[in-house]
Design a binder for this molecule. Structure first.
Ligand code: NAP
Length: 328
């Protein structure tokens, strides 16, 4: 149910460098607490290497997922990149190999020149299928793929594409629409929810003056005027947390876990103490009234956003950002 995210392990400018032994403690705590699913990406700095070292001798205990970045999905490129990930992770197979992002014209600071084309979908499906038949991966998946992207695949592709890793939280509902959920249900695609704490914002420990990591500053939710609206939702989360004697992070996680399409809630931490708290969220009980209050606050917030927005600023066109008053 809970998956450990490891972008924060990467020792990159985005999250800063930490003591690697701390990550060892996070991983030990996670395995002890029964977490058996770990997510990384070739895009997360040294995360794959660090995980490879930390998982030595216990790789079989976990379901291991990574992602291929960029937009080259022909078989030879994907096989080469997968082999590099396997080497860094010190394993000879992956449980889940995901396409990190679809092409979005104008994204990546304007460097992505086109949207997804029909050839892209067939390359992804056939390359993932061949990697599976070679025993290098058990399953394929996509990430950040909207309904229009999922519809680009032939039905057969869903024999190999098992999941869509998507941002999903009280502060991000772009994938929370009936049509996408029904389509995924029909094709057997599960949501792996990420940024379930809205990159930490829903933990309640951030205000207008808190020092942010670059990964947070470049997230739409931490930018005005969005931050002001988002903090109103955080206040509701804090209120419910007080009522049930839990932390805001636990309430936010519980809410995601309860949502129909969520198969696993990914949450990241660099603090071993937060692991037990996050796992305990699975057993929290929210009354119908509490769930509804969270949902109402969340929907009110979301109604001021456009579903076309992406959570990371650089994935958006400047026109879309201007519409919601975010200045770069
Ligand atoms: N597919 C994609 O495009 C994509 C994009 C982003 C992320 N992801 C995946 O999702 C993972 C997590 O997403 P995310 O990094 O965006 O953010 P997140 O899980 O929503 O939030 C992480 C932040 O929450 C804090 N936190 C965690 N548990 C807490 C607790 N119990 N109490 C208080 N604070 C807590 C952490 O701070 P501390 O370190 O201080 O605990 C960390 O800064 C990533 O590592 C990655 O695996 C995927």
């Amino acid at each position: 149910m809970i998956c450990l995210g490891t972008w924060e392990f990467g020792q990159t400018d985005q999250w800063g460098a930490h003591d690697v032994s701390e990550y060892g403690r996070v991983l030990d705590r996670a395995l002890d607490a029964g977490i058996n699913f770990i997510d990384t990406s070739e895009l997360y700095g040294n995360s794959e290497e660090i995980l490879g070292q930390l998982l030595k001798g216990r790789r079989e205990k976990v379901i291991l997922a990574t992602k291929i970045a960029g937009y080259q999905w022909d078989y030879n490129t994907m096989r080469k990149r997968l082999q590099q990930s396997l080497k860094r992770l010190q394993t000879d197979y992956l449980d889940l190999y995901q396409i990190h992002w679809p092409k979005i014209k104008g994204a990546d600071h304007g460097q992505c020149l086109s949207n997804m084309e029909s050839e892209d979908y067939s390359l992804i499906a056939s390359s993932l299928g061949r990697l599976k038949s070679e025993g290098l991966i058990s399953m394929g998946g996509v990430s950040n793929f909207r309904l229009r992207h999922l519809r680009g695949f032939n039905d057969d592709a869903f024999n190999i594409i098992a999941s869509d890793q998507v941002p999903y939280s009280l502060l991000w509902r772009a994938y929370d629409d009936r049509e996408t959920i029904d389509f995924c249900g029909l094709k057997g695609v599960k949501y792996l929810a990420y940024s379930t704490l809205a990159v930490g914002l829903l933990s309640g420990k951030y205000g207008r003056d808190t020092r942010l990591a670059p990964a947070q500053s470049s997230n739409l939710l931490f930018n005005e005027p969005i931050l002001t609206y988002a903090l109103k939702v955080v206040e509701v989360v804090k209120g419910v947390a007080k009522e049930v004697d839990a932390s805001p992070a636990q309430i936010a996680l519980r809410w995601v876990i309860d949502r129909e399409p969520t198969c696993s809630a990914i949450v990241a931490t660099t603090n071993p103490e937060n692991i037990s708290a996050n796992v305990e969220a699975v057993d929290l009980h929210l009354t119908r009234d509490q769930s509804e209050r969270l949902d109402v606050a969340s929907k009110e917030f979301w109604s001021s956003m456009s579903p076309a927005l992406e959570m990371w600023i650089w994935r958006n066109t400047s026109a879309n950002l201007e519409k919601i008053g975010v200045k770069l």
